[in-house]
Design a protein around this ligand. Structure first.
Ligand code: C2E
Ligand code: MG
Ligand code: MG
Ligand code: MG
Length: 288
């Protein structure tokens, strides 16, 4: 975390020289609670079972459809929010909207789903975070047990007692935890053993190369076996082709998400996917 902070500080210095024009707008919207007015919203990407294609959950992804500038990538505005102390407030808005929309969808359809939400390092290490999460769950009626908070491997790899305490605090609420982008950070087997997590999200780089290298495929099979032994479920990220889905299934990976399965969409799009589920075959609707 020390290194992460130093990097953030360096970036902040650079930013002071060339301030991002989006910053004042983001800051003002978060301060007044008018994030919808500047186009901030949440999209959902289905997480499917590779066995039968059924949607078992969704990942909430922050979106910014700027009224003038058009779509702004979260890879730009999330780090911007992080560097300027706004990511806690932004994350809260995303979590609240996601829980509220998913609770309404459940009420309308009776359909049970898991909801996974990304959490940034700063947000996560705020000692007030578990209280914030508990408040949002109570306010929206979305169950803790169906909530999965995604943290990145680099965050949990930083051997920080704060991070481990935060993970434990969240799990006491009954919330589950996923390690996002797994395989891209610096994992140690000892860390994996002591980490209180429930899911490993296998980074998209593995999905992309699993079909091009037999060695990669064996590596993924081993990761799945390792996860199984530790009671962790693997979700493969970035599945774009039927070939990738088939091979991942053969390698023992049960869950996946990706553009080839379902693209992220507003909640209405997700509702349409769920409504179509019963009528079509159970094979994942893969596009090549
Ligand atoms: P992530 O959590 O690893 O999310 C997966 C990203 O991969 C998403 O990008 C998603 O749209 C994209 N994706 C899904 N399937 C495919 C595929 O088949 N191929 C490819 N090439 N990409 C795919 P997105 O939405 O641009 O988000 C980027 C990152 O921004 C996320 O990575 C996450 O780290 C961060 N992020 C997004 N929303 C939030 C948020 O609400 N809070 C925080 N703290 N971070 C967020
Ligand atoms: Mg994620
Ligand atoms: Mg990821
Ligand atoms: Mg990723």
């Amino acid at each position: 975390l020390g290194r992460a902070r130093a990097t953030t500080a360096r970036r902040a210095v650079l930013d002071d020289a060339q301030p991002d024009p989006l910053l004042p707008e983001l800051r003002a919207a978060l301060a007044t609670g008018r994030t919808a007015r500047i186009g901030l919203t949440v999209h959902y990407q289905a997480v499917v079972s590779l066995t039968d294609g059924a949607v078992v959950g969704v990942e909430a992804l922050a979106r910014w459809e700027h009224p003038v500038l058009g779509s702004i990538s979260p890879t730009r505005f999330i780090p911007l929010a992080e560097q300027h102390g706004l990511v806690g407030a932004l994350g809260e808005v995303v979590l609240r909207q996601a829980c509220a929309e998913m609770a309404a969808l459940r009420a309308a359809t009776g359909r049970g789903l898991l909801l996974t939400v990304n959490v940034s390092g700063h947000q996560f290490c705020d000692p007030a975070f578990p209280t914030v999460v508990a408040g949002i769950l109570a306010g929206t009626g979305w169950p803790a047990a169906d909530t999965v908070l995604e943290v990145t491997e680099s965050l949990v790899e930083a051997d920080s007692p704060v991070a481990v305490a935060a993970l434990r605090g969240l799990r006491r609420l009954g919330v589950q935890v996923a390690i996002d982008d797994f395989g891209t950070g610096y994992s140690s087997l000892a860390r994996l053993d002591t980490l209180p997590a429930d899911y490993l999200k296998l980074d998209a780089t593995f999905t992309a190369t699993v079909v091009t290298s037999a060695r990669r495929a064996r590596l993924v099979r081993s990761v799945v076996a390792l996860a199984e032994g530790l009671d962790l479920l693997v979700i493969a990220e970035g599945v774009e082709t039927a070939e990738q889905a088939d091979l991942l299934r053969e390698l023992g990976c049960e869950l996946a998400q990706g553009f080839g399965l379902h693209r992220p969409s507003p909640v209405a799009g997700l509702a349409a996917v769920l409504a179509g589920e019963g009528q079509t075959s159970t094979v994942p609707p893969l596009r090549q």
